[in-house]
Design a protein. Structure first.
Lengths: 113, 117
């Protein structure tokens, strides 16, 4: 069955540093991968989508890479700020385009001033 | 950006009662909405796909008679937890796909916290 793995341990970094989060998946070749931010008690907020034919995508301080050979996506936040502290989820559509997303468990990021 | 609302934001009910949760797309039409459930410190789990004008499709292991879904219009889907039990206590989140947007874009609601006593 399909599986998504994110580092379950919290990531603690100092303000201003770059945070790098990892998402690995198995048993599938998705057409795209998405990253979401989730704050406690709130629904996920869409951040970025990267397609299988894209190596890298950027949005302001965010950067996502997608290596379909390694079956891995890296999510970077540069010049991190305490306001970036949240849980970050990666999600894949394993349904062949029907938008039925499977989410990873998420990685909690804490940015300390 | 597109906004999805949920009501209520939190609800406490007695075991055996039914609870209805509404999911609305506020500024776009959504032919497809999704319902997820999230237990503490766990990931979102897709429960069902709600299609306007047709029956919902449920994921494996989700009881369709317990979790009734009605997608009455292009902006409203409801999830009714029937005969709720304490193990149904969870965070229920809906998402909607923008009919006029990119195919993959989903917008999530703020979630509904259900506590069954």
């Amino acid at each position: 069955s399909q599986k998504i793995e994110q580092n379950s341990e919290a990531l603690n970094i100092q303000e201003g540093k770059t945070a790098t989060l990892t998402c690995n998946y198995t048993n599938y070749s998705p057409a795209y991968l998405q990253w979401y931010r989730q704050d406690p008690g709130r629904g996920p907020v869409f951040l970025l989508l990267i397609r299988e034919n894209e190596k890298e995508k950027r949005k302001e301080r965010l950067k996502v890479t997608f290596d379909t050979t390694l079956k891995q996506s890296l999510f970077h936040i540069t010049a991190s700020q305490p306001a970036d502290s949240a849980t970050y989820l990666c999600a894949l559509d394993f349904s062949g385009g029907y938008n039925k997303l499977i989410f990873g468990a998420g990685t909690r990021l804490a940015v300390h001033p | 950006g597109a906004v999805v609302s949920q009501h209520p934001s939190r609800v406490i009910c007695k075991s055996g009662t039914s609870v209805k949760i509404e999911c609305r797309s506020l500024d776009f039409q959504a032919t497809t909405m999704f319902w997820y459930r999230q237990f503490p410190k766990q990931s979102l789990m897709l429960m069902a796909t709600s299609n306007e004008g047709s029956k919902a499709t449920y994921e494996q292991g989700v009881e369709k008679d317990k979790f009734l879904i009605n997608h009455a219009s292009l902006t409203l889907s409801t999830l009714t937890v029937t005969s709720a039990h304490p193990e149904d206590s969870s965070f229920y989140i809906c998402s909607a796909r923008d009919f006029g947007g990119t195919q993959e874009t989903q917008y999530f609601g703020p979630g509904t916290r259900l506590l069954v006593l």
